[in-house]
Design a protein around this ligand. Sequence first.
Ligand code: ZN
Length: 242
Amino acid sequence: MKTAIISDVHGNLEAFAAVCESIKQEHVDRIIFLGDIVGYGANPNECIEQLQSLTNYVVAGNHDWAAAGRQSSHAFNAFAAEALEWTRAELTRENTLFLMSLPLSLDMNELQGVHASPYMPDRWRYVFNAEDAEAVFVTFSHRLCFVAHTHCPVIFAKLDDAPVVRELPAMATFHPYGRYIINCGSVGQPRDGDPRASYGVYDARDKRYHLVRVEYDLLSVQKKIRLAGLPDYLAYRLSVGR
Ligand code: ZN
């Protein structure tokens, strides 16, 4: 079973389309989406419709639930809050209901998928470093947990009782007795300093994982953000991957 893991599209249709094209070359059996299809970008409805045509394995991100009114946006920074308000007005009723209906966690044999953390996923806690990961490993039972939310690709590995190791490989083979928390980065708003769209592919047969980076038409996306009247910073940050 070969799985593509994508997340954090954030209304960036050009990045999403480029990633969908790239996934075709990977010949995967299924695609899982780990939340934040909307927020920040200028094409929320189009991205939701693209996602619906792609997969049913979808969890909610904090931006999805906030845009749907399922939770308050008081915890968001000023740019995110402004973009959420814009997104709410833009969403069709059907798409709002779709976002509202999304679950918090996917449970798929050896792997679990959540947007933020498997521990109380509706608190949207970040798993940034080995210390965060150490605390989280005791809260879930799967071998692999795919997370998103930070927009930074990373792997946290736990072997026996040894301390958690934080790694940044583009490619890895998982140990049969190891447990892992894996973040595949962000499709529509990478924040690891590389502006290319990011997603992951995991093959359960040989336990191999790799990260894929994809170029897309950044200038068109920035133009759309500015034309929509969204904060200019949201256009700027895409070109620096921060
Ligand atoms: Zn996000």
